[in-house]
Design a binder for this molecule. Structure first.
Ligand code: AMP
Length: 167
């Protein structure tokens, strides 16, 4: 099953935080990194408490794990970074979100899939389409590439992850 994981950081060496997370995801038995998007620079979301700009990107993985285990992996990696969980949309060294998993719809508090933010966060949708151009919304059967461009500031592309050393 293909799964798209969004990565974000707005604390410390953002790029190093995200590339370490990519390596840690790829190192998990049962997970193979297929592609990583370019990194994009985005302002903090309106209504949140974060102070600095974010670096975001999306990794496309192929996995034999149940989706719940992929979520647990993400939560573990966030906890191992110096993430501060106390503030809503606050500063974080590492934020991992599951965006989309092939054929899976989930509606529990622990896991909502596809991620609701895909509809309105350009820093989710643009990198997703870069790594998974024919991604389909399992709720509607429609391609994500046909989805209207979300409003808000355009993410600025700033670099290619060093994926040669990953996996
Ligand atoms: P956040 O503060 O946005 O990182 O939210 C983390 C919590 O959201 C986790 O405890 C997850 O169980 C829950 N959650 C629900 N849906 C998702 C999703 N698609 N990806 C990641 N976390 C999710």
């Amino acid at each position: 099953m293909k799964v798209a994981v969004a990565l974000g950081s707005n604390l410390g060496d953002r790029r190093a935080n995200l590339e370490l997370a990519l390596r840690q995801i790829a190192a998990r038995p049962g997970v193979r990194l297929l592609r990583a998007s370019r990194w994009v620079r985005t302002p903090p979301m309106r209504g949140g408490t974060a102070s600095g700009w974010f670096l975001n990107g999306v990794a496309l993985v192929e996995t034999t794990l149940p989706i719940d285990d992929v979520l647990s992996l993400c939560i573990d990696l966030e906890a191992r970074s110096d993430r501060r969980r106390s503030r809503f949309w606050g500063d974080r060294a590492l934020d991992l979100d599951l965006l989309l998993a092939e054929g899976i719809v989930a509606d529990s508090p622990r896991l909502t899939l596809p991620h609701p933010g895909l509809r309105d966060r350009p820093f989710f949708l643009e990198p997703l389409l870069e790594v998974w151009p024919d991604a389909v919304d399992p709720r509607s059967g429609r391609p994500w590439s046909a989805h209207p461009t979300p409003p808000g500031p355009r993410p600025v592309r700033i670099g290619i992850p060093d994926v040669r050393r990953i996996g």
